[in-house]
Design a protein around this ligand. Structure first.
Ligand code: AMP
Length: 600
């Protein structure tokens, strides 16, 4: 029996931590009861303060024997005041030595009472290299709770019948650490769990692809076969999904290139020779059979589309919605996603990280840009660090406040205490409180905190960069072109130092337009520090470097090679000098560059 099930039986556990009861869960695994899940959610969120207190107590009690917690002398006290005065706020760097001990096979409790048997590799796309994070069955259970909660609300609004999902999900490479623990990305750990399959089955959205495709050792082959399975089961596909929207856009961009090959496979019933992994070939042989009629139909539809607009409803006529995280660094992909989606609704997914889930989207009727996440008060203990100039990572600032004490319209950094050995862990994400659901806040994702373009007094976040790119990309739209992807860098080797924006564009744009885009990018950073520094040339003119087509594919390949999975891939929006390999890929693929003359 998994540990997660054990907590449901512990007699000293408060009732809301026991819920949903084991038998209720078993029932839900077979038939999904949206109303029961919603009821559960309502009662948890009505009592958020108490639930938080009990959740903290449970975490501290269960892990009291761990080396890390013993070090802080809680003396058997489990209240938030003692906790926050004894245990410090930490970043990943502080916990790294402890996590390493676990990975190396420590034989005593280091961060958690029960031994950690699996390590998660966070995507690491922001820092340049994947990080190790502890993972356990309780985290899988909180993931399922988030999935069930948002699905219950989604299903009430947009019900689906029995069918399949075309899920662009990809297992990453798994390896064994020195101490014999299995390590892989969070999504891989979740997809491999028995609970995941059961939950997806209950939600009537099992993946149309066999496991051998999801867990293929080569994601190019995996993606090709996901598309093929999608077409084979096209009438049954009810939902198209992925963890992050980038994977869906990437997958349909690939479709544009390989559709005729897919048709040929369907026509002949013979899988393309480029699929070389024996286990995928064996699994695909069970679903692929010659079907010339289907191949003709798909071919006709593809040839009939203009610029691939409405590709998804043409290929998947019964698709009810497209589901993935579409907020934050995924927003730039929405434009392209809407082209593929035609009239099919986009529903933005929940908020979480390799370190654990935080909130569910319980208002699926809102467009992705307006999505908020209602915090589930029993999946972790949450604190919120008010944003001020002085509490940048590594410095001391105001104390964090509790989940139910946050203020409307204020922005905070999220601090997580989870069920897998993270205590007062600064997640590095900035969120804004935009309302409350009962007594628990609804958060909007703002940006990664440490992602900042800064040279001297200027401060630009990921969001500022996104807005600037959006403004400049409008100039390309007149030429029927788009920014495929983008990133940035601060060139400190130049004098004066300046911002560099890298763009991959969907086709050939004229020099005049690109020059204007470059000026517009420079103009669109409206932060006063930036503008004043630009005016006196303390920051040099912004540089736009246009990349060879396929450069971002190379970056994706690089991350996947490091152990990241396409499922969790997020283009790094700012590449620092320490991220040498990615910077090298970018610099080696520049085809043109432009220098702004916005400030004369
Ligand atoms: P990972 O390291 O791959 O686990 O990615 C986790 C990070 O992805 C979070 O810390 C956020 O920065 C981002 N993220 C996750 N969910 C969302 C969301 N719904 N909206 C915006 N960003 C998100």
């Amino acid at each position: 029996m998994s540990c997660s099930h054990r907590i449901f039986h512990c007699s000293c556990t408060p009732s809301f931590l026991l819920k949903p009861s084991h038998s209720k869960i078993k029932k839900m695994e077979h038939k999904f009861d949206s109303e029961a899940v919603i009821q559960e959610f309502e009662s948890l969120t009505k009592d958020a303060k108490r639930v938080q207190l009990e959740t903290l107590k449970k975490i501290l009690k269960e892990n009291g024997e761990a080396e890390y917690l013993k070090k802080w002398n809680l003396n058997g006290k489990f209240d938030p005041q003692t906790y926050s005065s004894c245990v410090p706020l930490v970043t990943h760097k502080d916990l790294e030595p402890y996590i390493q001990k676990i990975a190396d096979g420590a034989s005593y409790p280091v961060l958690t009472g029960k031994p950690i048997t699996t390590i998660t590799l966070s995507s690491g796309t922001t820092q340049g290299k994947p990080k190790f994070v502890p993972f356990n069955d309780e985290l899988t259970e909180t993931t399922m709770q988030i999935y069930r909660t948002s699905f219950a609300f989604r299903n009430r609004e947009f019900p689906i019948g029995n069918g399949k999902a075309l899920s662009f999900i990809f297992g990453s490479k798994q390896f064994t650490t020195k101490g014999g623990l299995l390590a892989g990305t969070a999504t891989t750990n979740v997809y491999r769990s028995a609970q995941f399959k059961k939950t997806m089955q209950a939600m009537q959205t099992p993946s149309c692809s066999p496991d051998e495709v999801i867990f293929a050792p080569d994601f190019h082959q995996s993606l090709y076969c996901h598309l093929l399975c999608g077409l084979i089961f096209r009438e049954e596909i009810q939902v198209i999904s992925s963890t992050f929207a980038h994977s869906i856009v990437h997958s349909f961009r690939t479709f544009e290139l390989v559709w005729s090959e897919l048709c040929s496979d369907i026509r002949t019933g013979v899988l393309s020779a480029k699929i070389t992994v024996p286990s995928i070939r064996t699994a695909m042989a069970k679903v692929l059979a010659p079907n010339p009629d289907l191949a003709d139909e798909i071919q006709k539809k593809c040839l009939g589309l203009t610029d691939w607009t409405g590709l998804i409803p043409e290929m998947f006529p019964n698709c009810k919605y497209i589901y993935a995280i579409m907020t934050g660094s995924m927003e730039p992909y929405l434009k392209k996603l809407r082209v593929y989606a035609g009239g099919v609704r986009l529903l933005s997914a929940d908020y979480g990280s390799s370190e654990g889930w935080i909130g569910a989207n319980v208002n699926p009727d809102l467009p992705p840009e307006m999505t908020s996440f209602t915090v589930l008060p029993n999946i972790g203990y949450f604190e919120f660090l008010p944003l001020t100039e002085s509490n940048e990572v590594d410095s001391v600032g105001p104390e964090p406040i509790g989940l139910t004490d946050v203020q409307l319209d204020e922005e905070y950094e999220v601090v997580v205490t989870n069920v897998a050995g993270l205590y007062r862990y600064r997640l590095g994400d900035v969120v804004k409180v935009i309302g409350f659901h009962n007594s628990t806040p609804k958060l909007q994702f703002v940006c990664r905190r440490n992602l900042m373009l800064t040279i001297n007094i200027d401060k630009n976040t990921e969001k500022d960069l996104q807005l600037s790119v959006e403004a400049a990309a409008k100039l390309l739209a007149d030429e029927k072109l788009e920014v495929v992807d983008f990133t940035s860098h601060v060139d400190l080797t130049a004098d004066p130092a300046h911002y560099v924006i890298f763009w991959e564009v969907s086709g050939e744009a004229s020099d005049a337009v690109l020059k204007e885009c470059c000026n517009c990018l420079d103009r669109s950073f409206v932060d006063v520090g930036y503008v004043s520094s630009r005016k006196v040339n303390a920051i040099g003119p912004l540089e736009l470097r246009v990349l060879r087509k396929g450069t971002f594919h190379k970056i994706l390949d690089h991350y996947v090679g490091l152990g990241s999975a396409l499922s969790q891939f997020k283009t790094p929006r700012c590449v620092g000098p320490s991220n040498r390999k990615v910077l090298q890929i970018l610099c080696n693929n520049v085809v043109k560059s432009y220098v702004s003359n916005t400030f004369g």
